[in-house]
Design a protein around this ligand. Sequence first.
Ligand code: 9WO
Length: 254
Amino acid sequence: MWIGVVTLFPEMFTALTGHGVVGRAVRQELIELEFFNPRDHAEGAYRRVDDRPYGGGPGMVMQVAPLWRALQQAREQAQKRQLRPHVLYMSPQGRVLRQPQVRHWVQERQEQGLILLCGRYEGIDERLLEMAVDEECSIGDYVLSGGELPAMVLVDAMTRWLPGALGHGESAAEDSFSAVWLDCPHYTRPPNFAGREVPAVLLSGDHAEVAHWRHRQRVLRTASRRPDLLSTIELSEEERGWIEGAASGRTDGA
Ligand code: 9WO
């Protein structure tokens, strides 16, 4: 999957591409990140990319021309690969990112690529949004100092869905959120730490019992911590029973 990133700070992305699952996906060429810096398209001795906002007020606004030229260069690189990428602007004004959207973009855009536009300062000239941006994407309701971290969050989340990106036996489909449920608790050695025991069922070797216990944990955790997610799920009789049992104070599944 080809991803063009328009940013004043391409070096920030080494934090993403130098480590772990995403680093491996880059080395395996499952994802290709290409950077386009508006600074390289700025004019004058100072190579300015920002200017004072019309109408006054604090801070600076990213100028349309250097961004436009950086985007054009990104599109040209995409065209060489026969791609027709969408342009996403990372901004708190966008639709908030959720796992189904991540999966959708991977499936839809894997073939055509994606261009991520990262803003800085107080924002970018609105005319660029009108002329060049297909969608705005938020990773949550807070303001940061730029779109780079959100872009990295999106790339990381998408990478997990690329076939072959996760190690042997791992699969995004089994991760937290993918089946809509929250994740179950995890344990590893030792079996007893400071008097705290690992749940006996996990040491039993009974794979069916383990799977059943994990499923129940996911359901109960979702019900207690993120009840808002339950409205999107069709509960089985058994799942409904677990939740009602927990609500009436029983934790033994009876
Ligand atoms: C600044 C600001 C100040 C007062 C009230 C609202 C405000 N919004 C912004 C703002 O959006 N600043 C941006 C900083 C300009 C473009 C890049 N920046 C950014 C992107 N901050 N946070 C994001 C972001 C992107 C995606 N998901 C969450 C946050």
